[in-house]
Each structure stands twice: as C-alpha cells, then as structure tokens.
Ligand binder design. Structure first.
Ligand SMILES: Cc1ncc(COP(=O)(O)O)c(C=O)c1O
Length: 469
C-alpha cells in the first residue's frame, strides 16, 4: 500500500464503495488525464472506458474546453443568477434549446445565433443530475396543481430506472442496492414493468413494442387520475444495467400521456449529449417530453452543471402576478455557474466542429463487430446490446445462470483490466463500454482487447476453483 493510499484511507470516504475493499485493492493514483487516457503515478496509462462515470463525453482535458474555462475565470466565476444575466448563459440556453429541438448543428455551433422555433423553450439550471431531476419533478407536480389538476401528485417510473441519489430521485429509481436502506423515507412510486428491451437498432423489433404495450398501458391506466408525470431514462437505462429499450415505448407513452393530461420527464443525464448517437436520446423516438434533463456530457464532465429544458406551456403555469404566489421558488447557489456555462458553450462548439455525432455513427458498428466476435469466442457472455457509443454484455455461467453475486465476478474482471490498461468498472456482472464519444478506433479496439484478456484471466483460470457451472 503506497503512502498516499494509507493517508487516503485515513481521511477519504470514497463514493459508491465498500471501504473495506480498499484494504486489498488500493485506490489508483491519477496524476494526469488526456483524451481517453488516465495516467497513473507509477507511469502506466489506463483507457477510461466508462468516461469517468459517463460524463467525459469529449475526453479529458480537451484544449478548447480548457481555454474557455481559463478565459471565463478571468472575467467572473460565479455571480448570483437571480436578477442578473450575462451573454454566456443566454447563449447557452439558445444553443441547448436549438439542439434539443432537433435543429441542425448550424443552429447551435460556435457561429450560431438566436433561438429557433421548437418544442423546448425554457431552461432552468442546477448543478448536478439528481438536483435537476428533483427540479423537473417539483415543476411537474407544481404545474399540475397550478393548472387545476391538484390531485395529480404521483409519479410512475420504469423498472430498472435510475435517476440519482437524493431521496426523491431514489424514490423514482429502481436500483435496490442504492435505495433500499432509505425506502422508509421515500414516497411510493409504481414501477412500470414489461419494458421492451432490445439489443439495439438492428433488432427487428427495435421500433415496435406492440407486444409489450398492452401490459404497460394497463399499469398506466390504473393510476391515470393521480399521475403528475412519468419519469424515464430515454432508450438507455444506465445504472440499472445498461439496458436498451425500444423507442416505440416513448412514442406510445407520449400519446398516452397527452390523452391523460400526464407529463413526461425524460432523464437524458446519461443517455443524452450524443451517447445514443443523437444529441438527445429522445430524438430516436421522434417525440418530445415535457421536461428534458441534461447534465454529465453537457460540460463534458469538466464542471458540474445540469439543466431542465421545458416548454412555454409549463412555464406559463408559473407566470402570474407575484401576489398569486405561483412562482417556482427553487434556488441553488450554483445555478448557472459562469465557469460551467462557459465550458458547456465550448462543449457545444466541439460537438459541432468535430462532427462528434458522425464519429459515433462510424464507431458504433466497429464496436459492435468486435464485441460480437468476443461473444462468439466465449460461452459465458450473454445479452450483448448496444446503442451509439455504449455497449454492454452480461457475464454468466456457461449454463446461462448468473453467478452468485457474492463472487463479484465483474469486480474481479475490473481489477484485472486495470492491470492491463483499461478502466472497466462494471455494474455487478455487467461489463460495459461507455468511452468518450471521440475515442479513436485504436483506443476502442484496445479496450475490447483488454476486456477479452481480462475475462480470460478471471473466468478461464478461476472457473474450476471459484465457480460451479
Ligand atoms: C440517468 C441518470 N440520472 C441521474 C443521475 C444523477 O446525476 P448526479 O450524479 O450528477 O446527481 C445519473 C448519474 O449517474 C444518471 O445516470
């Protein structure tokens, strides 16, 4: 154990970790990061195959983002956003709205100016994903009440969904590991079952969930008079297992919600900003939500920033004489932080100037082909799925049964992969790739090569001793 690790363990409580693990598996000391690579103090480099918890969409230390940060820091860093404005924040709202409304990149690139027509017309800023999700949930319930639908106070959400770690976002999430200890603090939320999971856009039933819809509609109908909103991660459910589902579900939920006065809250925090091959994952369904929530890739993970995009019709539910007490009084200290906003503007410059979406389109088949060949070579990888610049596969016993979760198979593969040069932190026994969107062919194939070697070391060498098939 290095001296720094010893000191670390004395003072630092790491996120999402059993700290006892660190006694055997010390924290990796990072001294630099560039592009897709993390550089460690002992001289090795590690491919960041999960974009540092899914946020480094344009890789580490992108020079254009860094200069925007330095430039803004010389003007001002953080000024109260109530009763002030500045050119950067207004420009970011216009560009994000144009992007979310599906307009071409010429309307949101570095040269663009002004707001185009479109569904999303207003932006509310926060500093992290969970806080923005709570804002959208508060706005939904509040707007329902202010438009006279006071009984609409409940949420439904998708099974295996994840929306953050605050108590309210855990309530609309379905990841027991994170939420169970606090269940008694949460309000009840019905989880919609029978999600139409698919392997990806090449799946013959990609745009068709007619088989699953009747069961889903039945669940929705049961709560149709009390629902404020349905909360979902569009197309890609991240923390719940990197699961991909048919865009047709969103289309059908939109039609059902319109017919029943229910709002849709699309959590684009992981799936948006290009991850699914379109700037918003919701674009794949060709329908809009009432609230679209962005974070992570919005600043390419340089600084925390999140945004709730919504419509004029929601906004107008809050617009009245002050004495009617209809205002949305939510306040976060760092809402619209100027440094984060400058970086987000720079990130949009790069998405457009470096043709990031075209790059993802080119890389997706390369990634899937290499993973298909890996799955063909092994008999313990199941359920390969992928969309845009994300792909996932489940490790199981040869029989198809999951390994006992207590063996922590995925965690062993992760440890092995670090030794070989890739950061592949799994979700249980699900191994997934979520690299920077501008990852190169070589880097992507190297990640898959390291995954292949790590699986071999852990599963083939240990199968006889550790596991029973
Ligand atoms: C889909 C989704 N929603 C919400 C969050 C929470 O975001 P944050 O960690 O910034 O609070 C995450 C984080 O991983 C996420 O993936």
């Amino acid at each position: 154990m290095s001296d720094l690790s010893n000191r670390d363990l004395e003072v630092l409580w790491h996120p999402c970790s059993q700290m006892r693990d660190y006694e055997q598996f010390e924290p990796v000391e990072i001294y630099k990061a560039k592009g897709s690579y993390l550089y460690t103090e002992d001289g090795s480099k590690i491919l960041d195959a999960i974009s540092s918890w899914w946020c480094k969409s344009l890789g580490h230390c992108h020079p254009h983002l860094q200069s925007a940060l330095v430039e803004q820091s010389q003007k001002f860093e953080q000024v109260i956003l109530a009763n002030t404005t500045n050119a950067g924040v207004v420009r970011l709202c216009e560009r994000m709205l144009n992007m979310a409304n599906g307009h071409p990149s010429s309307t949101w690139d570095a040269q663009s100016s002004g707001l185009e027509d479109g569904h999303y017309q207003k932006v509310f800023f926060a500093d992290g994903g969970s806080s923005a999700m709570e804002i959208a949930m508060k706005m939904a319930v509040h707007a329902q009440g202010q438009r006279g639908q006071t009984k609409r106070q409940k949420f439904m959400a998708l099974k295996n969904g994840y929306h953050g770690e605050t108590v309210a976002t855990l309530a609309v999430g379905d990841c027991g590991l994170y939420g169970d200890p606090y269940r008694h603090l949460m309000f009840p939320v019905t989880m919609i079952d029978a999600i139409p999971y698919r392997s990806g856009p090449q799946d013959p039933k990609w745009m068709d969930c007619s088989a699953e819809w009747p069961a889903i509609e039945k669940q929705l109908n049961k709560e149709k008079d009390s629902l404020a909103a349905i909360v979902y991660e569009p197309i890609l459910q991240g923390a719940g297992g990197m699961l991909v589902y048919s865009p047709d579900l969103i289309k059908r939920m939109r039609a059902w919600a319109d017919a029943n006065d229910v709002f849709l809250i699309a959590d684009e925090i992981a799936a948006g900003m290009g991850r699914c091959g379109t700037m918003l994952a919701g674009h794949l369904a060709e329908v809009n939500a009432d609230f679209s929530v962005l974070s992570k890739g919005l600043t390419s993970g340089v600084l925390p920033l999140s945004a709730v995009l919504t419509t004029n019709s929601i906004y107008e539910c809050f617009l009245a004489d002050y004495t009617e007490l209809k205002a949305f009084m939510h306040s976060n200290t760092y809402t619209g932080n100027a440094l984060a906003v400058a970086v987000a503007n720079a990130a949009l410059d790069v998405y457009a100037s470096e043709n990031i979406m075209q790059h993802v389109e080119r890389m997706h088949p390369l990634m899937m082909k290499a993973l298909e060949s890996l799955v063909e070579q092994r008999n313990d990888l199941y359920n390969l799925r992928g969309i845009g610049m994300m792909a996932a596969v489940d490790i199981r016993q040869v029989s198809g049964e999951p390994y006992d979760w207590k063996f922590r198979t995925g965690y062993s593969v992760f440890q092995q992969a670090i030794k070989l040069g890739a950061w592949l932190r799994p979700l249980g026994d699900t191994m997934y790739l979520f690299p920077p969107l501008n990852v190169t062919d070589h880097e992507l194939l190297e990640i898959i090569h390291i995954l292949r070697k790590s699986l071999k070391v852990v599963l083939d060498r240990n199968r006889d001793t550790l596991y029973t098939d």
